[in-house]
Structure formats: structure tokens, C-alpha cells
Design a protein around this ligand. Sequence first.
Ligand code: PHE
Length: 465
Amino acid sequence: MSGKTALRKRGSWRNRIAFYLLAVGSACGLGNIWRFPYVVGENGGGAFLLIYLFLCLTVGVSVLIAEMIMGHTKQASLLKITRQVSIQNKKPFYWIGRLSLFISLVMLSYYSVISGWVLHFITQFLVGLFRDDKLSYLKTINMTVLSENGSLQFALASVHLLICGFIVVKGITERFESILKIILPIFGVLVVLLLARSLSLPSTEEVLRFLFYPDFSKLNLTSLGHAMGHVLFTLSLGLGILVTFGSYFKDEDHLPSVGMRVTIVDVLISFFAVLMIFPVAFTVSTKQLTDPSLLFESLPQLFMKFKYGEYFGLAFFVCLWLTALNASIALLESLISNLSDRFLKTNRFSSAWMIVVVTLFLSVFPAFSGTVFNNVKIFNQSLIENLDSLLINYLLPISVLGVILIFFKSLNEMDYKNKFVSEQSESSQMIVGHWIWLLKWFTPFLIIMGIVLQVLNLFLVNLNG
Ligand code: PHE
């Protein structure tokens, strides 16, 4: 079955709630639960959170709606639309499709390594089930073994990628999605339970002050770029995934409302994650707030406070891994359907495994960043930190600029205005002009500004030694 046939088939099921769950599932994942908290910690809390929220509700939601409208109107992948636009305009816009493919490939390798970390925690909690000294064992669950062992990280990333490849090649993505539809609500309930327990810890007041009392002196030249990058990453923008998604919808679906709801749920989950993790992190040590291991170092401490903590821990990390698997499948599916149409004249089976092998090779770099490549420091940062920053804070925003360009080149004004405005929604007639302005001027301006300020910061930091 080709990627596109799968895509059409998936378009045929019409259960509304299930559909929303999948739309939310495409956005929610490690970005919300693992990355968001430490990025907020790194950028000083409240003031950054405000910028993030503002960008989500302006830039994020506008681009999300634009990607879905483009997919719905054109019924094609981003790469295909880019090619059509390039041919029509006799101008080389090919770089946009290619850049998004390149980012997807590197993103998949990086995402797989972090998903491997989640697998490691699943294993540790599983072992905990069979121990007599459960409480003292739970205390020892941490990142230490993993950080010192690059081969283990690589092995776990490989397991994750192979499972991902297997699901895609076997064509059982839909079956996996039906599992996810059950898992997502369970995950939601678990997060709320943990949140409630976490908010009863003594450090809550301090956390709430840190998060909701904006201290603007904590902002610096990189804050805008970091917030922008994370907004685009958490909503899965700039890679054509939402373009593909938009083509599943029926004509009577109002895409701007879908976009708005998905964004709100995504923001809520991210906020829940921060509120769940920070009180524990503040109690244990505030030092690790800025560390990518924040989630993994703090949550086990919270599970210890529950009667059946080992079961909670296991369930939480299994749910988290399944959402990560879902995101990885989306990336792999989109790579296959784009590549098999254009570059690889082979079948779906070979293209899938070829991509998995290339991704596995690329995942060597983040996996061994703390061990074999420990001495490789660029701008005073480790390989994995540079990779994260390059991908999310620079390349993804540039790719979004390209997607916006393709949007305006491939659709005429009537097309997108008609899709945006709905007779049932009076407000849509009032805000359509604002949406176009946000997309055409505001978003590109802020993206460029974010990148320029980050580059300026790099120069200043290096000049100061
Ligand atoms: N949005 C996903 C998350 O928050 C990450 C992702 C980005 C997935 C891009 C696919 C594509 O975890």
C-alpha cells in the first residue's frame, strides 16, 4: 500500500472524537512533556512562558491552519505542492521541500534517541515490579547509567526505530492509532493525577511564583528564538505533517476551529507538564531545571510518593513512549510518501528500511554525544545541544518561512479565504484578515528577528570569550 493510498483510506473514517484525538496526538509528545519544562527552566520561567503563549496563539495557530488548508485544497504532500509551484513559477522552490525532508530525517534520529531514554525508564520500572525493596529501588531510578553509556542509548534508539519501521512496513499504522485513541485519554488522566499530587508538595508556592510572576530581566537575546522554535516543534509545523493531515478532512469541517482546539489542548498539556514536574524539581534541587534530564530525574521522585508508585511510573512512561512512537511514525510516513514519489523508485518496503538505516546512522551522533563525542564542543555546547538548537531554533523556523511562501504561491486568495470563513462562525469573517496579516507579515518578521538575535548572541558570547 502506498503512503497516499493509506492516506486516503484513513480519510474515510468519520468518528469525530477519535479524529480530534489523532489530531492532538500528532502534536503532543516528548515536546510537551520532556522538552518544554527544561526549556522554560533554561529561559527563566514566567516571562518566557508569556512569550511562548503569545506565539502559540498567534504564529503557531496561524501556521497550523495554513498547513491544513493547503493540504485540504491541494490534496497532496508538501513536496509535491512545492514541485508544482516551482514548475509553474519557473523558480526553484525545491529547497523548501528538500529542507523539510532533511529536517524530518535528522529530527527522527534525534527523537529516537530521546524515545530510547523513555524505553530505559520503562525497563527500570518493570524491574521494580519484581523487587522486594521497592521503595529503596525507586530511589535509584535515574539517568546515570544511560548518560555514561552511549552504546545503550544507541541500542535503545535502534529498538525504537525498528518497531517504528515494522509498524509502517506492515501497514498496521491504523491499528496502532486505534490503540493510541485509548491510550491518550488514559495518559491525560495520569498526568492530572500526578499534577494534583505534585501541587501538594511544599515548594508549590515558589514554583507558581517562578512560572506566573514574569521577571522580564530574565529574558535575553535568545528568548524569542527559543520560544519560536519550541512553538513550531511542539505543534509539528514546517515539515508538511499537517499538510498531509489537512487532506483527511471533509469539506464541511471548519479547519480554523480544528486548528484552534488542537493548539489549546497542546498548550494545556505543556502547562500541565511544567506544573507536574517543577514542584518535584524544586524540592529535590533547582540545579537541574535547565537540564534535558529534568523529566527523567524528577518524576521517579514523585512516583515514590504514591502507594503503587512502580505501577504509576510504568504506566506513565509506557504512555509517553507510545505518544513518541506516534510522532516517529508520522515522521517516517511523511518521509516515505515524499521520497518514494520523487527520489526512490523502489517500493514502500525498501524505502522504509532505507530511511530507517540512514536514521540509525544519524542517531549515532546524539547517542554518543556524552561519551565518544564528549570533547566535541561547538560554541561551548555539546553535540546533542547543538543539534537540538540547530534543528529546532534555526532550521525549523526557516522551513516554516518556506512553507508560508509555498502557501501564498500555491493558493489564490479566494481559495484560502473561502476555506477560512464559515457561515456558521461569524467570528471567522471578522478574523480572516488578521489571520492573513499574521501569516504574511507578523510570523515572517518574528521568525527572522528571532534568528538574527540568536546569531547576534552567538557573536557576542564568542567575542566575550
Ligand atoms: N510535536 C511533537 C512533540 O511535541 C514533535 C514532532 C515534531 C513530531 C515534528 C513530528 C514532527 O513531541
